[in-house]
Structures are given as C-alpha cells and as structure tokens.
Ligand binder design. Sequence first.
Ligand SMILES: [Zn+2]
Ligand SMILES: [Zn+2]
Length: 215
Amino acid sequence: MIFLAENLLVTILALLFGWLVLKLNHKPIKAASRNEIFICILTNFINTAITFAGFWLWQHGYILFSYNPSWRIVFDFVALFMLMDLAMFLFHYAIHRSVLYKAIHQFHHHYADPIPIDLFVLHPLETIGFGSLWLMMILLFSFNIYAVFIYLVVNVFFGIMGHLGIEPIPTGIRRIVPFKYLGTSSFHHQHHLNINHNFGFYTNIWDKIFGTYKG
Ligand SMILES: [Zn+2]
Ligand SMILES: [Zn+2]
C-alpha cells in the first residue's frame, strides 16, 4: 500500500508539474480521456509491483546501494543517466524494428499529439519491460542511493517534458550545451510525429551516433 501511494503521489506531482508548465506557457490544457486515465492507473499498479520487487531484492541482499554522501553521488548519477538512456534507446529501437511494435508499443503511439498523462499510457507489457530494465540495472551495479533518488526524479521530469505537446525552451537556448545534447520536449514530440526518428529519452547522443536523429 505504501508503494502504491508513493507511485500515485509521483504520478500526481508529475501531472501537476506538466499542467503548471503548460499554464505558464499559456497553452490550452486538453482533458485526458477515460481510457488514458484507466491505463495511467493500471501503469501505477504495475509500477507498484516493480517497486515491491526492487524492495524485496534489496531486502534479500540482491540489490546493493552505497549510502555515504560523497563525490559518488555525481558520478553514479551521470553513469545511471547515460546507461539507462542507452539501455532504453536500444529497447525502444528494438521494439520499433520488430513485431512488438504493432503488438505492444503502437499503443503509446496512438497519441501523435501527446499530453502529459500519456507518459503513463503504455501497454502493460511495455511498463513491465521498462521496469525490468531498471531492476536489471540496479541489480548489476551498486549505485549511491542519493544518485538513484536524483535519477528517479530526473527520469519523471524528462518523461513529462517529452509529452507536453509544446516546447518551453527557446530555440536559442536549445542550441547551446548541455541542451544541445539533451532530449528536449520537441525531441520526443518529433518521435510521436515520425516514428522513424528520436528513439532516445534523456539525450539525443545515441540517435546521433546511430543516425536516427531528427532535430
Ligand atoms: Zn511518448
Ligand atoms: Zn516509440
């Protein structure tokens, strides 16, 4: 129950953040459909199971964290950010290039002009897939707990930004470092408009390397 409450709270805070950004940019806020709300709640239940699985693995010593606030916070955060970005890029790319696209991922692509809640509108198997990827990452490496926490906040932040349906960052700023290399709102929006480009999430680096980038 605690994990469900935690997941729901994160979802509500994320949606409120998306709503606030749209409001500050004077953009109309489209209401979510009943189907989108239902899937969003289902995603929360699946994520709760993933959280519980992670807790169980940690309790039984399979997942290890380091707890001292040191330089490792920065190093581990950057490592997590880049490794998860690469893992999700490959996972996302593989889905698009296989039969799994029609069977699973097309569900998310139903929304060509997404709204913040669509971050959580994924086929249940895809939610399990991303959750398993995350668990595998923290099973393989022992990260600093503060870095993990910061990463999880940043992960939701990028997810919401990618599904705003608008670009709040001015073009001039997007051309400078580090924005130049980050997955901005328009970067993921472009993926919803054209499914052959921009498979990355936090950065556009992997798309540039693999030749699938579209600005
Ligand atoms: Zn999306
Ligand atoms: Zn996709």
